[in-house]
Design a protein around this ligand. Structure first.
Ligand SMILES: Nc1ncnc2c1ncn2[C@@H]1O[C@H](COP(=O)(O)OP(=O)(O)OP(=O)(O)O)[C@@H](O)[C@H]1O
Length: 279
């Protein structure tokens, strides 16, 4: 019998190595090492201000790293050109922003990374928009103004916009925050279908709710560092883990006792005058 062919480890579709991010002169992420293989469903958890949104923004190239490197599909994020391969659903973004657009128009904007500039939408584009709306259960609202939808439905419109680009890798930043249970379940069904198709999902969440069964790996951040990376955790376990981690680093993104932190904070100290003391 011939020996089994060696298994090739799945190359990461998103990776950060020794990543650090500085915002407003303060280090908010330090020493981040994270590699997400194709097809994995990862939950990114941690308390408010622990750095979850900052990490997904750095992983998608929306924020520059002050140190380390980030790659998407093996390319440095700053030079990554295949934008259609990545879908991003930002945190707490309304789908309307006061713009009088229909649901279908907002979702169609998700095709722009695939369409040639100034070309009218093709039959394929229209099909992708329709399929995305079907997936999130809003096909019957396609012609309605997004402003007439509930917050949860608007969140689903943004997810449909990401789906319409037919990406392989999704980042979703707290898609269930403030969303009714019906919409949470619709989202769980949508993400289950994506996972079954082999898509990779990085989900920021405080509460997993109906999404919990989908999670294969949990990464917990605290004070801008990874404090757990492994088996899925329930939200209360993530909080317990968060609280169990010492007092050195805290959620204000200030450095802990690690000398590398002090060095890093020194190197990136804010170049602004200190605020005036309160009288
Ligand atoms: N533009 C900014 N300038 C300065 N500091 C910022 C900026 N954006 C975020 N921060 C700080 O960076 C830290 C991490 O913020 P981030 O939004 O990534 O946390 P989070 O874990 O996603 O929190 P939440 O769960 O509340 O969304 C916080 O201390 C926050 O105050």
């Amino acid at each position: 019998m011939s020996p089994a062919a060696p298994t090739t480890p799945t190359a990461p579709v998103a990776e950060v190595h020794d990543g650090a991010v500085v915002l407003g002169g303060r280090p908010v992420l330090r020493g981040i090492d994270l590699a997400v293989p194709a097809g994995q469903f990862v939950a990114l958890m941690g308390a408010n201000g622990s750095g979850k949104s900052t990490l997904v923004r750095a992983m998608t190239g929306l924020l520059p790293l002050a140190r380390g490197r980030a790659t998407l599909f093996g390319s440095p994020v700053e030079r990554f050109a295949d934008r259609h391969r990545v879908g991003f659903v930002p945190q707490r973004a309304g789908a309307t922003s006061g713009v009088p657009a229909s649901v279908a128009e907002v979702v169609a904007s998700g095709r722009l990374t695939r369409r040639r500039v100034l070309r009218p939408a093709s039959r394929t584009d229209r099909r992708a928009v329709h399929d995305a709306l079907e997936t999130v259960g809003l096909a019957d609202r396609a012609r309605d103004a997004v402003s007439t939808l509930s917050g949860g439905q608007q969140q689903r419109v943004l997810i449909a916009r990401a789906l319409a680009g037919e990406p392989e890798l999704f980042f979703l930043d707290e898609p269930t925050a403030g969303v009714d249970l019906g919409s949470q379940q619709a989202l769980a069904d949508t993400l289950a279908a994506l996972a079954a198709r082999g898509s990779t999902v990085v989900l920021v969440a405080h509460e997993l709710g109906p999404l919990a069964p989908l999670v294969q790996r949990t990464v917990v951040l605290r004070g801008g560092r990874v404090v757990h990376d492994g088996a899925p955790l329930a939200a209360d376990e993530a909080v317990a883990l968060h609280e169990a981690h010492g007092s050195h680093c805290h959620d204000l993104g200030l450095p802990g006792d690690d000398p590398r932190d002090r060095r890093f904070a020194h190197d990136h100290a804010p170049h602004v005058a200190a605020p005036l003391e309160a009288p």
